[in-house]
Ligand binder design. Structure first.
Ligand SMILES: Cc1cc2nc3c(=O)[nH]c(=O)nc-3n(C[C@H](O)[C@H](O)[C@H](O)COP(=O)(O)O)c2cc1C
Length: 203
């Protein structure tokens, strides 16, 4: 039984939008940005900072991820963002794709850094911490959560994804968290509450 920080696990889904592109170009650590409405719908309990969890693009596999929420003090952004670095090397950009994430743990607050190198070093250490935590069996189980098996993207509706035929699961959730936010098992049968529909993508 895992014990979660207040507000977690948090499930979010949205279409990947363009950020400033610095993640790939300057940091060598690409991030996928959620649109404004997903960021604005974050519950109060989820403050700015660095989180880890699982992520899935369209009908693809579910990968480990790290996420930064906030104003990126190093770059002094004017708009709050929610940027996911998926711990997998993708061949192409996936702007316009559907991104599903579950945030399971918090690593640290956002910080300013004296150099780009120290920002990169901090992110790499976040990735190592995420890798370690997500290998724990109680967090591994979220990889198979019903949220990730619910296929809302049109491209997924014609076939079989993740070994499961279309439409066999009905307890979908978008941008919300589970009823019991302190201790849950992470089974794919968990009851989900507080779900709201975003972008018309979740049926
Ligand atoms: C795991 C992780 C941790 C991050 N930590 C910080 C941080 O502490 N301070 C900061 O200014 N930006 C932080 N960032 C944000 C990066 O600066 C950001 O991803 C980069 O500016 C790229 O943004 P862009 O794709 O919108 O250009 C972090 C990003 C990730 C993925």
């Amino acid at each position: 039984m895992a014990v979660f920080r207040r507000g977690l696990p948090h499930f979010a889904v949205g279409t990947v939008v363009k950020g400033f592109g610095r993640g790939s170009k300057e940091l060598g650590i690409p991030t996928a940005n959620f649109p404004e409405d997903v960021v604005e719908n974050l519950p109060e309990d989820i403050g700015t900072g660095i989180y880890y969890g699982w992520a899935k693009v369209d009908c693809g596999p579910t990968y480990k991820m790290v996420m930064s929420i906030g104003w990126n003090p190093y770059y002094n952004n004017k708009k709050k963002s929610m940027e996911t670095h998926i711990m997998h090397v993708f061949d192409n950009d996936f702007y316009g794709s559907e991104l599903r994430v579950v945030m399971l743990g918090y690593v640290r607050p956002e910080k300013n850094f004296k150099s780009l190198e120290s920002l990169i070093e901090a992110i790499n250490s976040d990735i190592a911490e995420a890798d370690k935590q997500l290998s724990l069996p109680e967090l591994q189980s979220f990889r198979e959560h019903a949220f990730f098996l619910k296929k809302s993207n049109a491209a997924c509706h014609n076939g079989i994804s993740n070994g499961l035929a279309d439409g066999i699961l009905s307890n979908g959730i978008a941008n919300g968290h589970q009823a019991n936010d302190t201790a849950i098992s992470g089974s794919s049968q968990d009851t989900i509450v507080n779900g709201t529909i975003q972008n018309g993508q979740v049926s």
